[in-house]
Design a protein. Structure first.
Length: 502
């Protein structure tokens, strides 16, 4: 047992919400965290010091919130998204902590303008537009509603490009958003998973007659967690956004190094770490590149294993899993999570197919974002099978069982089977990720009334006829704090004056 003296709740100035405390902790971070003085502090240092002071005020609540979830064995919501357009954090966090005005006043006392410091923060452009912004809004909203929620995604080193306008033209520059350090993330090297790619499967019969599948001869990459606190407006809840960064499983090939081939020695490291390097610059067009498929599997594999690990802290078997975890897929990008959960339950935890499938469907829900054919993900069977051979087998088995059920309901209707199949037949076969997401989830939603209606009447009509209870609508919203309170304080004041805070 660790000495509880060490983990006592120290009464320090790092928690006070008044002007004086904020100023003291700001000055203290400038000196002790950043080693700067009045001659050397840059505007960016001032931003960093203030952010660290704000973060201090979130940390105790963060620890406490997470402990409460464990203690209560709460049902958690897990939001899986390839994108989070979270933008700048400082103002949002000051507002949510309720210290925006005090902080501005504190800085005034030392002749600093809060707005100047805010401008120093790079944009966390880990998304392209609507889909990524929706994910960020959900995190904000779930914290405000005090729901035990987690976001899972990728810590892209390069997010959406930085826009520069020159001679009336847009110039796109790489966004090096992490170059000067990020005060809002906490590295968690102890939360790391080995992710496998390529290789082949081996089907074995165990001495007791059971079948076992092993995935062997794989290439490995490590996914390491970085945690971002997401604080709730007007309450003490702080949830977590956990983003995965790719690390090489071998830092360095000493063999090559000893023989003087220094570039070769780090080649594998660079290739592995490419996985979390860049955000694909479009969320409405399907490109079909292998690196993108790698990104998707990389982050869902780490996330699903992290979710299972957390569940197993307080459970011995999986019977209660769907009562303790709800996993929401933001579009089809994370839909391999369905096959990854199946693989882990069957191959590693030795559950039967039927039990694993029942748990999986009761756990997953899927948000559809588009009706456009050019945006729908369809991975070539050959590419998916090469990168993830075990997952392709699982997809084929899901499909076989699903089509068997459809055939019972609609005997002889081969045209219907062809339309709903997870596999698009033809010379060049493809896996239809939307079909996988629908079949593997208990809930499918569109993002506006009209969109959902069109899904049901047109694009997904076959599925609506087969599984009507799964379809529902969740209209997208915005966060009022960012788009009203922060962006247009005068309008926010007017509204409050007329109808109050509620
Ligand atoms: C966040 C906050 C930290 C907490 C951790 C729990 O980093 O206080 O300990 O989450 O993470 P898991 O152990 O649930 O993954």
């Amino acid at each position: 047992m660790r000495d509880s003296m060490l983990f006592r709740r120290w009464e320090t100035f790092n928690k006070g919400m008044d002007r004086e405390s904020i100023l003291r902790s700001f000055a203290s971070h400038l000196e002790y965290s950043l080693s700067k003085d009045k001659f050397t502090a840059t505007p960016h240092d001032l931003y960093l010091a203030l952010s660290l002071a704000a973060r201090d005020r979130m940390v105790e609540r963060w620890i406490h919130t997470q402990q409460t979830y464990y203690r209560a064995d709460a049902k958690r919501v897990y939001y899986l998204s390839a994108e989070y357009l979270i933008g700048r954090a400082l103002v949002n966090n000051l507002i949510n902590l309720g210290i925006y005005d005090e902080t501005r006043a504190a800085l005034k006392q030392v002749n600093l303008e809060l707005s100047d410091l805010v401008e120093q923060e790079p944009d966390a452009g880990l998304g392209n537009g609507g889909l990524g912004r929706l994910a960020a809004c959900f995190l904000d909203s779930m914290a405000a509603l005090e729901l035990p929620a987690y976001g899972y995604g990728i810590r892209y080193e390069f997010g959406i490009f930085e826009q520069v306008i020159r001679h009336n033209r847009q110039i796109e520059r790489p966004e090096l958003w992490l170059k000067a350090g990020n005060p809002w993330e906490v590295a968690r090297p102890e939360r790391a998973y080995v992710v496998h790619f390529y290789g082949q499967t081996r089907h074995l019969t165990l001495p007791d007659g059971r079948l076992k599948v092993e995935w062997v001869d794989t290439q490995r990459v490590i996914g390491m967690a970085y945690d971002y606190p997401i604080d709730g407006y007007g309450n003490e809840s702080v949830n977590t956004l956990r983003l995965w960064a790719a690390r090489a499983s071998k830092e360095f090939d000493l063999e090559y190094f000893h023989h003087g081939n220094y570039l070769k020695a780090v080649e594998e490291k660079n290739l592995s770490e490419n996985i979390s390097k860049v955000l694909y610059p479009n969320d409405t067009f399907f490109e079909g590149q292998e690196l993108r498929l790698k990104q998707q599997y990389f982050f869902v594999s780490c996330s699903i294993r992290d979710i299972l690990r957390r569940y197993l802290v307080s459970h011995r078997d999986f019977a209660a899993f769907p009562d303790k975890a709800a996993i929401q897929l933001n579009d089809t990008h994370p839909s391999l999570a369905i096959t990854e959960l199946m693989r882990l339950l069957i191959d590693e935890h030795e559950l039967s197919w039927d039990v694993a499938w029942d748990l999986t469907v009761r756990t997953f829900a899927y948000t559809n974002h588009t009706l456009l054919a050019e945006a729908l993900e369809r991975w070539p069977v050959s590419m998916l099978g090469n990168l993830l051979p075990r997952h392709l087998e699982i997809i084929y088995e899901i499909n076989r069982r699903f089509l068997r059920e459809v055939a019972v309901l609609h005997p002889g209707d081969n045209e219907r089977l062809r339309r709903v199949s997870l596999i698009e037949e033809g010379a060049d076969k493809h896996v239809r990720m939307a079909h996988l997401a629908i079949v593997g989830s208990h809930s499918v939603n569109g993002v506006s009334e009209l969109h959902t209606r069109l899904l049901k009447e047109r694009e997904l009509r076959d599925f609506q006829e087969l599984l009507p209870e799964r379809f529902n609508n969740k209209t997208n919203g915005v966060t009022q704090r960012r788009w009203l309170l922060a962006a247009n304080p005068a309008l926010a004041e007017l509204i409050t004056a007329r109808i109050g805070q509620g």
